[in-house]
Write a protein that binds this ligand. Structure first.
Ligand code: NAD
Length: 409
């Protein structure tokens, strides 16, 4: 099943609960605009490189469209469309005034020199600058992109449109970025983990956590959960996985990854495989890497009773059914990882007001939104006796649907 078919399936589960008409389903699922561009580049060795870039703008009923930019070899039209639709429901679940979009370039950024990375980014902006902007569509970082890439996007966009820091979020703090944006997705993940554990009558200090992926989201989630008292017993990245039943020393592991670029060969930790990590003996599993990692082939082996979807689309529908049958609580991506877009919204607000908030203010407002959104989704799930994923979609689709009808079709 493709990622788009998966997204459709989850959408229709909720649409069935809502008794949504067929016409409304088609209207809400159909993307507003899909852009596919050629990016031709002179590589450092003098060769010509040709890459394909995508931007999909899914829905703007609730405001300007918002979504990350992914640089990864697997980026294709199907994946970008799926992720754009997830952004529409996600911004609605946390009730920030945005629609959904997503973009990306099919490229492995680790094979590019810093100069090539900058040139590919600027060329991409040359091709899409007319359709993005602070009141149209605001990109942000995702896998393979970071604050530096966002700085180049802002600079290139401004060559066409003048001073406009709100045209992109996730910028460096020294260049109109927001304090707290980099950790925001991981912090949101930690906050919803705590909320879910409260519902399960568990405290953080008696909880063991396994995390797949130790990049932006995974490492900050690990750090903040560690600070909250949880025991992080296993983590992985693309190179391998490490475990320690007594709990990994997360600040030391972060330093180790800064130096060696991978989690393996860390202190006295035990090396395990990525497959073992997903089935690790822990109360909480946090997939924070790529999509489609929890499938019908490994779902039965998952021992965690709580899954927090920090990554986008980590669970296939087959696996989702198995988790439901096994009473595994799944906090879905469109809620669990919404902390990033929430603080991106704060950054956009600050840019537009030319007024900088304190870090404590950013964290406090983020926490309020994440806890409140979790509680709303939980309430819908409990009242309608549906899984949290379906409940989150019911909340998101309901808000987008009402905005669409109120605005007039
Ligand atoms: P990142 O590139 O910073 O980190 C990704 C991590 O996953 C790295 O540690 C990488 O080594 C690891 N990884 C890649 N393939 C793996 C594999 N097969 N097995 C195990 N580990 C693997 O990316 P990120 O920004 O942390 O994003 C991670 C996920 O979170 C993505 O699904 C992204 O869409 C989602 N997300 C990110 C944000 C954000 O603000 N960055 C917001 C919402 C959702």
């Amino acid at each position: 099943m493709s990622s788009y078919e998966t997204a459709q399936k989850y959408f229709h589960h909720a649409a069935d609960v809502m008794d949504l008409s067929n016409n409304m389903r088609i209207l809400l699922m159909t993307p507003l605009r899909e852009v596919k561009v050629q990016i031709a580049l002179e590589m450092d060795d003098g060769q010509i490189g040709t890459f394909i870039g995508f931007r999909v703008q899914h829905d703007k009923a609730r405001g300007p469209m918002k979504g990350g930019l992914r640089y990864h070899p697997d980026v294709d039209a199907d994946e970008v469309l799926t992720l754009a639709s997830l952004m529409t429901w996600k911004t609605a679940v946390v009730n920030i005034p945005y629609g959904g979009a997503k973009g990306g370039i099919s490229v492995d950024p680790s094979t590019l020199s810093p100069g090539e990375l900058e040139r590919i980014t600027r060329k991409f902006v040359d091709e899409i600058h007319d359709v993005i902007g602070p009141d149209k569509d605001i990109p942000a970082p995702d896998m393979g992109t970071n604050a530096q890439v966002m700085a180049w996007i802002m600079n290139q966009y401004e060559k066409f449109h003048g001073f406009n820091p709100a045209c992109v979020t996730g910028k460096p703090v020294e260049l109109h970025g927001a304090d707290g944006r980099e950790e925001a997705t991981g912090r949101g993940v930690a906050v919803v983990t705590r909320s879910a554990l409260e519902k399960m009558n568990r405290s953080l200090p008696e909880t063991r956590v396994a995390i797949q992926g130790f990049g932006n989201v995974g490492s900050h989630a690990a750090r903040i959960l560690h600070e909250m008292g949880a025991k992080i017993v296993a983590v992985s990245d693309a190179h391998g996985a490490v475990a320690d039943e007594q709990g990994l020393d997360i600040p030391a592991l972060i330093r180790h990854v800064e130096e060696t670029k991978q989690v393996t060969n860390f202190g006295n930790s035990r090396e395990i495989s990525n497959a073992e990590l997903l089935a690790y003996d822990a109360e909480v599993l946090i997939p924070a890497a790529i999509g489609g990692v929890l499938t019908k082939d490994n779902a039965e082996s998952v021992r965690a009773k709580l899954i927090i979807e920090a990554a986008n689309g980590p669970t296939t529908p087959d696996a989702d059914e198995i988790f439901d049958k096994n009473n595994v609580l799944v906090v879905p991506d469109i809620l669990a990882n919404a902390g990033g877009v929430t603080v991106s919204y704060f950054e956009w607000v600050q840019n537009r007001q030319h007024f900088k908030w304190e870090l404590s203010e950013v964290r406090k407002r983020l926490e309020t939104i994440m806890v409140d959104s979790f509680e709303r989704v939980w309430k819908i799930g409990t009242e309608k006796k549906i899984p949290m994923r379906t409940a989150a979609y019911v909340l998101g689709i309901g808000r987008v649907g009402r905005a669409t009808v109120l605005g007039g079709i």
